[in-house]
Design a protein around this ligand. Structure first.
Ligand code: TPP
Length: 333
């Protein structure tokens, strides 16, 4: 399948935007955290899981989706949220805990919900499987041609919720796609130490579902495989699993000293980074010249800077609002 030039440029734009977004989050996160790393300090207290390196997994799939299609992501959600079109200023305000955030600043970076583009995520691994399969069932029951996609890490595939959802999606032939972002590590535990079967595209034969394996974080291969899976799902032919060998260029969370990585692994990953590789491919194939690509990058940076300005100028929520949206009974507390 030949990928259209405008789609190639859209994918590059959103990968570059996502990378710059994470760089700005990283800089803001580190304020006040050192010299003795203290997660509670600074304008972004708590854990922060950056997605640098995994951008191809987001754009290759989301290029096929519209706002009605449903996507759930996990605790490392920024790249997927950006590719799905989540409102950037409201997302940034949410991450900074501001009242103009997607959830009034009460969710934080692992709990981004944007109903306008049917996006959700969760800090509980594999938690997004049930909602995505439920959304796929709803699309089927309403006769709508949409698809639901759940992103999970390779360490989430041993959760009970994952297996239950996979079985239902397959037995009911739902318009569902599971994307496994295999970055090799579940915090500090290697894939080999947590899962007896080396590849989940093989394992899903046990569910009667097709599985596809993508090596080396390849945007074009992800885009092609996702195109076929989305077409199958929209045609009523059932679910697909796509496992992508990707990598994270940061630690599990900010502050992770990464002593579990074999020597030299990290340096090797930077050499395989897809963003400069994809940029060079666009120029080599004559899809865009240097000036066009620079202007795409500048446009993305301006959007990110505006989103940060909006977030940082927004007020924090009032303490009294803490229970307002949690339970109906909260007013009585
Ligand atoms: C049900 C559950 N168990 C444990 C955790 C703690 N935890 C957070 S992230 C993580 C590992 C996730 O690895 P993976 O799913 O491969 O995603 P990655 O961090 O590599 O993106 C664990 C065990 C959790 N959030 N939820």
């Amino acid at each position: 399948m030949q990928t259209r030039n405008d789609t190639l440029l859209w994918m590059y734009e959103h990968m570059a935007l996502s990378r710059y977004y994470e760089e700005r989050i990283k800089a803001a996160y580190m304020i006040g955290k050192t010299p003795l790393f203290n997660m509670a300090n600074g304008p972004l207290p708590g854990e922060m899981h950056l997605s640098n390196g995994q951008e191809p997994c987001a754009v290759g799939v989301c290029a096929h989706l519209g706002p009605e299609d449903f996507v759930s992501a996990g605790h490392r959600p920024h790249h997927v949220a950006i590719a799905k079109g989540v409102d950037l200023p409201a997302m940034t305000a949410e991450i900074f805990g501001r009242s103009t955030g997607l959830s009034g600043g009460q969710g934080g970076h692992m709990h981004l919900f944007d109903p306008a583009v049917n996006f959700t995520c969760s800090g509980i691994i594999a938690q997004g499987m049930g909602p995505a399969v439920g959304a796929a069932l709803a699309f089927r029951m309403r006769g709508e041609p949409h698809v639901a996609v759940a992103y999970v890490g390779e360490a989430a595939v041993n959760q009970g919720a994952w297996h239950e959802a996979m079985n239902l999606a397959a037995v009911w032939k739902l318009p569902f796609i599971c994307i496994v972002e295999d970055n090799g590590w579940g915090v500090s535990v290697s894939k080999a130490a947590s899962t007896a079967v080396p590849r989940n595209d093989v394992r899903v034969a046990g569910y009667g579902m097709p599985g596809v394996h993508i090596a080396d974080n390849d945007t074009l291969a992800i885009h092609a495989a996702a195109g076929e899976a989305v077409a199958r799902a929209r045609a009523g032919e059932g679910p697909t699993l796509i496992e992508i060998e990707t990598f994270r260029l940061e630690g599990h969370f900010m502050g992770d000293v990464e002593t579990y990585r074999p020597e030299g692994e990290k340096e090797g990953l930077f050499a395989r980074d897809e963003i400069p590789r994809f940029r060079a491919m666009l120029i080599e194939r004559g899809i865009a010249d240097e000036a066009t690509i620079s202007s795409i990058e500048q446009g993305g940076r301006a959007r990110v800077d505006d989103a940060f300005d909006h977030a940082l100028a927004s007020p924090e929520p009032m303490a009294g609002e803490a229970f307002a949206t949690v339970f109906a009974e909260s007013e009585e507390l």
